[in-house]
Design a protein around this ligand. Sequence first.
Ligand SMILES: Nc1ncnc2c1ncn2[C@@H]1O[C@H](COP(=O)(O)OP(=O)(O)OP(=O)(O)O)[C@@H](O)[C@H]1O
Length: 272
Amino acid sequence: MVKAIKIDNLKYSYDERSLFSDFNLDIDAGQWVALVGHNGSGKSTLAKLILGLLVAEQGDIDVFDERLTVETVHHVRSKIGMVFQNPDNQFVGATVADDVAFGLENIQVESSEMPQKIDNALTIVGMQEFKNREPHTLSGGQKQRVALASVLALQPKIIILDEATAMLDPDGRATVMETLQKLKKQFGKELTLVTITHDMDEATLADRVVVINDGQKILDGTPAEVFSQRKALHENGLELPFANELAFHLNEKPNKYMDERELIQWLSTLNK
Ligand SMILES: Nc1ncnc2c1ncn2[C@@H]1O[C@H](COP(=O)(O)OP(=O)(O)OP(=O)(O)O)[C@@H](O)[C@H]1O
C-alpha cells in the first residue's frame, strides 16, 4: 500500500515543553483521515511539521516516499494543499477566478492553459458560476470552496484542511463537507485528505479517525471503532457525534412509553 504520509518516531518541543515524543502515524494514499483532539492537543503543530513549516527535533516524515529535509521541503510542499480556518485570510485575487489563477501563476502555468484549469477547479467545488464575483461578496462556505478550488488547481496529492469549517454556519459547513465527499468520490486513490477538526459529526465522514491528546495518539480506527469508545473520548475532553450520543442514551432510555413532551424533556437532559 502506497503511503501518502509516514511519520516515524517524531519528536518536537516548543521552548523546552515536549509536545511530540516518539509519535508515529502512517496515512495510506487515498485515505480520508480526520485528526481530532481538543484545543492545544497538537493537531496544527503536526500539520506544520508535515509541511516543513516547523522542523522536527528527531524522527522522519516521508510524503509519498520522499523524505522531508531542508533540501526537499519545497518539492514535498508542492504535493500538499492547505486550507485554513479563516475564509477571509485566504484571498489574494480581486475576483474568484483571479484568486485561483494566482497559485497557477506561481507555478508558471502557461497563460493559454489558465482559463481551462480555473474552470475545472471551480466546477469541481460547484463555484464555476461565481468566477467573476469579488470574494468578499461570498458566504463563508462559498469562500472555503473557492479556497479548495485554488488548492485543487495545483493538483496536490494531499489536501490538509485545518479547522476549515470552524468559522462557518451550519449551511456553510454542510456544503464544504459535501464538497469533500464529492472530491473523495471523484479522485479516489489520487487524493488523500486530512481534516483537522473539533467537530465529531464531521469526523464521522472520514475513512479513519485519529484522536490525539498532548501529542499522543489516543485512538485510531474507523469512525465506528473510535466512536464506540465513549469513555476514552470523554476522558480526553471530547464528545461523541450527536447521533452516537443519542443512540447511547436511547439504549439507556427509561423503559417506558414517553409522550412527545416527556421525550423532549428527556432529550434536553442529555449531555448535561
Ligand atoms: N509558537 C508556539 N510557541 C509555543 N507554544 C506553542 C506555539 N504554538 C503552539 N504552541 C502550544 O503547543 C500546543 C499545541 O498547539 P496546536 O496549535 O498544535 O494545538 P491544536 O490541537 O491545533 O489546537 P487548536 O485546536 O486550539 O488549534 C498548545 O499547548 C500550544 O499552546
